[in-house]
Design a binder for this molecule. Structure first.
Ligand code: PHB
Length: 415
């Protein structure tokens, strides 16, 4: 079939948080991009993921004009509760770290970014198929695909951004060596539900109990999000509503606290995995977000890391296209990986501190609880948790960046 030749500066593979935010930031700087994705808009906007935005993510989105709905409809959270053995210990986020977090589900972020790109004439090609990426080690890479109308397109570009998630194709374009993949699979999963009920708590509750971990979060005044630790291969469909509620009750109720229950309207089991691909670039291919790294959901860092990656990548691309210097592109992977490994550590730490393999290793269980006491029992411990939970400012590497001011705001929130 005859293919149409097209050209852009940055071909972005994947319209998740990383790809859409990258295209948004580049557009502010006058850099052209085309975003392609196998999924249709409705599928992308229905992706159910965690709901916590770090202060820096919010500052960057607000500062670049895509944060209105976060401020209007998201909820600022100034604390989280850690419950252990039925007793609540609050972590005062702004009091300890100078920053808060915002409860605003990931699919709402995706809706906002897609709407903003379309409103500004951004080039999104959704529902494409037969994607292949070529010649990333030359000056003329290209992405080939069949568009939603069945036409073949050969898109040549200067740079390819691999934002196609953990099961995407771009990571595998980095040969081994140099590619190394670091992975941890945890011996448990999360059973997640949405329930039609009023909130049980104003703040998120992370509960450690002898039955295992549970997390009480929210989506709106009438819909709540809850999770509990389960076997990794658990069949969510096999559980009766009563069995789900009795598991949650056993893990969080007590000390005057009781869950508000309602009909369960959605359920699923989420695997718990940590993964990092090094290096994050090869030739003119740069990976960002889940294409390069995955965190378990305990710290809610996934989307925030994707946003931090593309903020660093967009600054490097500004330098490349506007100042004809490749230094920031060359150091992109190393700059991004510092934050990635910090978030990997935090997510692993939160996960291992809050989950127990019920009845398996009592020494490990008591050690873990002592660690929870250590962290919640001193201001130094609580500060460490609060600073990491709310997230570090996003690195400003290019002072000439058109969004430098928004990045500076991510640092201003720190006490
Ligand atoms: C969520 O609301 O889905 C959520 C919140 C906090 C987490 C993970 C998930 O750590």
């Amino acid at each position: 079939m005859h293919a149409t030749n097209q050209r852009t500066q940055v071909a972005i593979v994947g319209a998740g948080p990383a790809g859409l935010m990258l295209s948004h930031l580049l557009a502010l700087s006058g850099i052209d991009s085309v975003v392609i994705d196998l999924r249709e808009r409705a599928d992308i906007e229905a992706t159910i993921r965690a709901g916590i935005l770090e202060q820096g993510t919010v500052d960057l989105m607000v500062g670049t004009g895509v944060g209105d709905r976060i401020l209007a409809q998201g909820t600022r959270h100034d604390g989280i509760e850690l419950r252990t053995r039925g007793e609540s210990r609050r972590i005062d986020l702004p009091g300890l770290s100078g920053r808060s977090v915002y409860l605003y589900p990931q699919h709402e972020v995706l809706k906002d970014l897609i709407a903003a790109r379309l409103e500004q004439g951004g080039d999104l090609r959704l529902g494409v198929s037969e994607v292949s990426v070529h010649d990333v080690t030359t000056d003329t890479p290209a992405v080939h695909f069949t568009d939603a109308d069945g036409a073949r397109v050969e898109l040549s570009c200067a740079v390819v951004a691999g934002c196609d998630g953990t099961r995407g194709l771009t990571r595998s374009l980095i040969p081994r060596p140099p590619r190394v993949e670091h992975s941890r699979t945890y011996p448990y999963g999360w059973f997640g539900i949405l329930t039609e009920a009023p909130p049980s708590s104003e703040e998120l509750v992370y509960a450690d109990s002898e039955h295992g971990f549970a997390l009480i979060s929210s989506r709106s005044p009438t819909v709540q999000r809850m999770y509990f630790q389960c076997e990794p291969g658990e069949d969510a469909g096999a559980w009766s509503e009563e069995r789900i509620w009795s598991e949650l009750r056993a893990r969080v109720n007590g000390d005057g606290f009781a869950l508000k229950e309602g009909p369960i309207i959605q359920r699923g089991v989420i695997p718990m995995r940590s993964h990092v691909c090094e290096p994050m670039s090869h030739g003119r291919l740069y990976l960002a977000g889940d294409a390069a790294h995955v965190v378990p959901p305990t710290g809610a860092k996934g989307l925030n890391l994707a946003v931090a990656d593309v903020a660093v990548l967009a600054q490097a691309l500004e330098r490349h296209f506007h100042q004809a210097a490749s230094d920031l592109l060359d150091s992109y992977g190393l700059t991004a990986l510092r934050r990635v490994w910090r978030a990997q550590h935090f997510s692993w730490w939160m996960t291992s501190m809050l989950h127990t393999e019920v009845g398996k290793d009592l020494f490990e269980d008591r050690r873990r609880r002592a660690e929870l006491d250590l962290v919640t029992g001193s201001e130094a411990g609580r500060t460490l948790l609060a600073e990491n939970y709310t997230g570090a400012p996003i690195t400003l590497t290019n002072p000439e960046s058109v969004f430098a001011e928004a990045l500076e705001a991510t640092a201003r929130h720190t006490l």
